[in-house]
Ligand binder design. Structure first.
Ligand SMILES: Cc1cc2nc3c(=O)[nH]c(=O)nc-3n(C[C@H](O)[C@H](O)[C@H](O)COP(=O)(O)OP(=O)(O)OC[C@H]3O[C@@H](n4cnc5c(N)ncnc54)[C@H](O)[C@@H]3O)c2cc1C
Length: 427
């Protein structure tokens, strides 16, 4: 894990987890071995907050969901510098928000991986673009086993039988799909718009009203020369940027003698902790602001102070706004994440927001899919399943009036939880 040094522009420091050393000893070695970010005293002051996680495991982590990172730090007497040096960077990377808004469970979940898995701290890149390198092999596998993958014809409505089980899915092209089981893997904000009227008074389906995707901006910047960048993911530790990577180093398909930086711009709006609503700003302002931050990360190559003969010129840039990305992991959200099993016998939930231990992430989405598959297998084999997750009393205590589904309104990727490049109208 590589972090930019805040007071030393252009310098980086990393936590080196030694190979061949089992967890959690490799994590201890990584923390003790890095002397640039925290003093020994500060490291020792982290112990009272982190020790219960080691001793009690997941139950302690889950119980901290009601606290923000800052509240947790105050409770366990952690010095502010741990926030400035580590937790701000983690919050911006893990959920695109600042630690005063972020649930401590998110930070502890990531740390728990470091403690329990020797390679839990590793980050990796796909060797090419996701459509070709990730989606296409899955599509090919599905088709080779007799399945069909339909793109560009989203689900617009869920039709029900008299007993409220799913009868069919209505696709945008007019076709209806019937199946033994139906798995929803759409983002939570899309699913809310599809919940049928008959299900809308059921607390199980209404608990998701408490979950909402957080806005984030993703930027790509191409330069006319190779920057002095590392091969891997970096925590920028700047106020506007989160993590970034030079894809010309990290990704085989984009290998090049000139750099292409891929950056996460976060927090990008007031609800995520930014005083400025960047998502509504024009691309040019966002790129200018990012370049100013990059001048601190690449002082000899970017910005006014860079010597003329080394100065990198921006040749192209793209700004992708994602108005609803992963669910905002503000304190107290975990209790509203639904189980994959639902009260409807032939309807199962997947997606990163459904209940699983890996937060809103790609890994979480995969685990959620596996849990959804498990529910179907259990039903088919008449096995006992994990069952429905209890709906929290705060939801059970409410009376819900029935609501017709809003449906899919508009077109374009943001309607389906994706991002939009340029010409963005703030919804
Ligand atoms: C800028 C950014 C950076 C990120 N970086 C990381 C990272 O480094 N590591 C990490 O682990 N995670 C990262 N994430 C989070 C990660 O992308 C998500 O957690 C993950 O993609 C969630 O997967 P999912 O399958 O639940 O949902 P999605 O990936 O959102 O997939 C939902 C799918 O449903 C489709 N859909 C929507 N509506 C319909 C409909 N009506 N009918 C049919 N299909 C529909 C969508 O088109 C989409 O394909 C990042 C996210 C963003 C926005």
């Amino acid at each position: 894990m590589t972090f930019a040094m805040q007071e030393l522009p252009g310098e980086f420091t990393s936590f080196e987890f030694p190979a061949g050393v089992p967890a959690p000893f490799n994590m201890a070695a990584a923390i003790l071995g890095n002397t640039k970010m925290l003093t020994l005293e500060e490291k020792i002051k982290m112990v009272p907050g982190l020790l219960p996680m080691l001793l009690e495991g997941q139950s302690f982590i889950d119980a901290q969901d009601e606290l923000s990172v800052l509240e947790f730090m105050i409770k366990y007497g952690m010095p502010d510098r741990i926030n400035e040096e580590i937790f701000i960077a983690m919050g911006k990377a893990l959920d695109f928000i600042d630690p005063d808004l972020l649930s401590m469970t998110v930070v502890l979940t990531a740390m728990n991986r470091f403690i329990n898995e020797a390679d839990g701290s590793q980050t990796a890149f796909l060797d090419g673009n996701p459509t070709k390198r990730f989606c296409e092999p899955i599509k090919n596998f599905v088709e080779s086993t007799g399945g069909e993958v339909v793109c560009s014809s989203p689900v617009t409505q869920i039709h029900l039988n008299d007993d409220n089980t799913v009868k069919s899915l209505q696709l945008k092209d007019g076709t209806q799909v019937e199946a033994d089981y139906y798995v929803s893997a759409v983002p939570v904000d899309v699913f809310k718009r599809l919940v049928p009227t008959q299900w809308s008074t059921d607390p199980f389906f209404r608990q998701i009203d408490e979950l909402e995707g957080i806005p984030v901006i993703n930027i790509q910047m191409w330069f006319d020369r190779k920057l002095n960048s590392v091969d891997g993911l970096c925590f920028s530790r700047s106020s506007l940027l989160s993590v970034y990577a030079d894809m010309s180093n990290c990704c085989a398909e984009y290998a090049s003698e000139t750099s292409m930086l891929e950056l996460v711009f976060a927090p990008c709006c007031p609800e995520a902790g930014s005083p400025i609503n960047w998502i509504a700003k024009p691309d040019s302002e966002i790129i200018d602001a990012a370049l100013k931050e990059l001048a601190r990360l690449f002082p000899t190559e970017i910005g006014d102070d860079a010597p003329e003969h080394k100065k990198a010129k921006l040749t192209k840039s793209t700004v992708v706004r994602v108005p609803r990305s992963v669910y905002a992991a503000v304190p107290g959200r975990n209790k509203f994440r639904p189980s994959q099993q639902t009260p409807i016998d032939n309807f199962i939930l997947a997606g990163d927001y459904a209940s699983q231990k890996y937060l809103g992430s790609m890994e979480g989405a995969v685990l959620s899919g596996k849990l959804a598959a498990e529910v179907i297998c259990d039903k088919e084999m008449n096995r006992d399943s994990k069952g429905l997750k209890d709906v929290h009393s705060s939801v059970l205590g409410k009376e819900f009036s029935s609501k017709d589904p809003v449906g899919i309104v508009g077109s374009g990727a943001t309607v389906y939880g994706g991002g939009k490049q340029g010409n963005f109208e703030n919804p």
